[in-house]
Design a protein around this ligand. Structure first.
Ligand code: MN
Length: 231
């Protein structure tokens, strides 16, 4: 097959303990999936989960043991961090029941749903799509994927983000409003999940701005942590 220009390279992520890489298909994100974060954003209660997407090439690999540069994006003066547990889908499907969800999961990673909050808030006020606030270049920093068998029980994991060594976000994955299995059930009712899909499962409370020079350190217990510096 020939192309009229060179196709973009396939986006992929390293896998802990495996020379083979995880090819990324789509990036789904869950909104307001921890109660205390929903409250800080001005909402309460357990509303049905809602989703947005980032392009696959928004992935920015945070290499283990390194500090990865995170480019400060254009058009914003309020770049927020959202630490999230990321679920990596290995087996696709539609209308997956929560009871069957686990067999579709390849592994997990630590991710950041970086957000141009000022632009997102402008779009919310005008009832317009969030893309410009959420789906910009390098908006999906992520570490390597840990396969399920090596990840331990992520449903009981601690999740945290430090900026310049100080806690900004610290919570428990058990506080997800819609747990991983329920999220997969809802998501796969709306889209047919494919191998290579990533699901950013939502962020706990404590989202706030970062500026150039800040160092972000994100962790979910049992997974490879990530460190980035805003440039
Ligand atoms: Mn988020």
């Amino acid at each position: 097959m020939s192309f009229v220009f060179e196709p973009a390279p396939l986006v992929s992520l390293p896998v802990i303990g495996n020379q083979a890489r995880f090819p990324v298909h789509r990036i789904y994100c869950v909104g307001r999936n921890y109660e205390e974060h929903a409250k800080e954003m001005g909402f309460t209660g357990r509303e049905p989960p809602f989703f947005f997407l980032k392009p696959a090439d928004a992935v920015l690999l945070a290499k283990p043991g390194e500090t990865t540069p995170l480019p400060y994006p254009s058009l914003t003066a309020n770049l927020h961090h959202e630490i999230e547990l990321v679920v990596a889908i290995g087996t696709g499907g539609k209308n997956i029941k929560a009871a069957d969800a686990q067999q579709h999961i390849f592994g997990y990673a630590v991710g950041l749903d970086m957000t141009r909050r000022d632009l997102q808030n402008d779009m919310k006020k005008q009832g317009r799509p969030w893309c410009i606030g959420k789906a910009f270049d390098h908006s999906a920093p992520i570490g390597p994927i840990t396969p399920v068998a090596q990840a331990g029980d992520v449903t009981a994991a601690e999740i945290a983000l430090q900026v310049n060594g100080q806690d900004r976000q610290r919570s428990q994955v058990s506080k997800l409003i819609w747990n991983i299995a329920e999220t997969i059930e809802h998501l796969s009712a709306a889209w047919e999940l494919q191998p290579g899909d990533l699901i950013y499962t939502g962020t706990p409370e404590g989202v706030a701005a970062v500026v150039a020079g800040d160092t972000l350190h994100g962790m979910v217990s049992g997974l490879s942590p990530i460190t980035l510096q805003v440039r």
